[in-house]
Design a protein around this ligand. Structure first.
Ligand code: UT7
Length: 329
């Protein structure tokens, strides 16, 4: 496409709930063990919201942290995109509520739903507004609070998810300085509904009956196989599209769904340990927040050294998946 401008990533921010839930805490809820969870997923603990926290409070904290690293005022933000599949309310959108809390009075705001690929889809969507010249400063937030949609008596899904938010501020720059080297996003209908979270099950005819809550339901094996198929494919596709060589990519930042998926992909694509950014042990699978959370912890722990080229890859319910090659400096 014709690009009038390029994208500069100004800053990242992140937020986690205060409460830490360790695997040993889950042992008290259902028949599981720290050993099983750690060896099958790489997760040791996750953060879960308390009653005074929400997706909005986390989004606000992550956004303020990103803003504090720049000279931007909330009034300078032209667009807010919140990627989430666990919004606090079906409406108003998380974007509009965040706009209000931030005082981003000049922004337009909306949400996108692409599950664990949401942050990738959010950045790609934001980039189009920058490339066209429509907007200058855009805030993209990935936030999920799956703890509100988990059956905490059932072990197969409950061990995986944690809550969190991550934010990035993107600004326009000269087209030749574009830090997005390329992207590739995809979707395909999840015909077997291998990963599903129902909405309201109220209907005209049943509204007087007792309504049972709906929880995340997942065919873990099918999603695992989907991930190890599409992630190497999309990375290869993006390398081809951009003309980049695998050896030019310094870091692989994969959606943190399961350490075994990360290890499989790293091995298949010949990335070495120091190039793999992983924080799943400490935060679990935070869905749309997982990529920015991994970037923020990678930068603060100096596992990501700049300048660098990063391959960001998301995958999740929908089914959705996508990758962005970023030149970060
Ligand atoms: O971000 C969204 C995308 N989601 C994902 O990417 C998730 C992808 N899938 C996975 O990460 C894995 O499939 C899981 C971690 C969810 C499950 O691991 P698995 O190696 O596929 O285990 P499994 O479901 O095949 O279960 C193996 C055994 C079963 O027992 P039997 O039938 O062998 O006796 C399960 O009942 O482990 C049992 N099991 C558990 N045991 C202790 C299942 N969950 C647990 C548990 N604790 N939490």
């Amino acid at each position: 496409m014709q690009k009038n401008y390029g994208v500069k990533f100004l800053s990242f921010g992140s937020a986690l709930p205060e409460q830490v839930v360790k695997n040993t805490d889950l042992e008290k809820l259902f028949d599981t063990s720290d050993e099983w969870i750690y060896t099958r997923t790489g997760i040791k603990q996750r953060n879960i919201i308390s009653s005074d926290e929400s997706g909005l409070t986390l989004s606000l904290k992550a956004s303020k942290e990103a803003l504090s690293k720049t000279k931007l005022d909330p009034k300078d933000i032209d667009l807010i995109i919140v990627a989430t599949s666990t919004p606090d309310k079906l409406y108003p959108s998380m974007g509009c509520m965040l706009q209000g809390k931030l005082g981003a009075v000049n922004a337009c705001a909306f949400d996108i739903s692409a599950a664990c690929s949401g942050f990738i889809f959010g950045i790609v969507s934001a980039a189009q507004f920058i490339y066209s010249g429509e907007y200058k400063n855009i805030l993209v937030v990935g936030v999920d609070v799956h703890s509100r949609f988990i059956d905490w008596s059932e072990r197969s899904v409950a061990v995986l998810f944690g809550d969190g938010a991550g934010a990035v501020l993107m600004s326009s720059c000269l087209a030749r300085d574009d830090q997005i080297l390329g992207y590739s996003i995809h979707s395909e209908a999840d015909k077997n509904l291998d990963l599903i979270l129902e909405n309201s099950n109220i209907s005209y005819s049943n509204f007087k009956k007792q309504i049972e809550p709906d929880f995340v339901r997942m065919n873990g094996k099918a999603i695992y196989q989907f991930a190890v198929r599409v992630v190497p494919e999309v990375v290869a596709k993006l390398l081809d599209k951009t003309g980049l060589k695998q050896s030019q990519i310094d870091y692989l930042v994969l959606h943190q769904a399961n350490q075994r998926i990360i290890d499989y992909v790293a091995n298949k694509l010949s990335f070495n340990n120091s190039q793999i950014i992983s924080n799943i042990e400490k935060v679990g699978n935070t869905s749309a927040a997982s990529i920015p959370l991994a970037i923020v912890s990678g930068l603060s722990e100096k596992k990501i050294k700049t300048p660098c080229k990063m391959m960001l890859v998301g995958f999740g319910a929908g089914l959705t998946w996508g990758a962005i090659a970023v030149d970060y400096y």
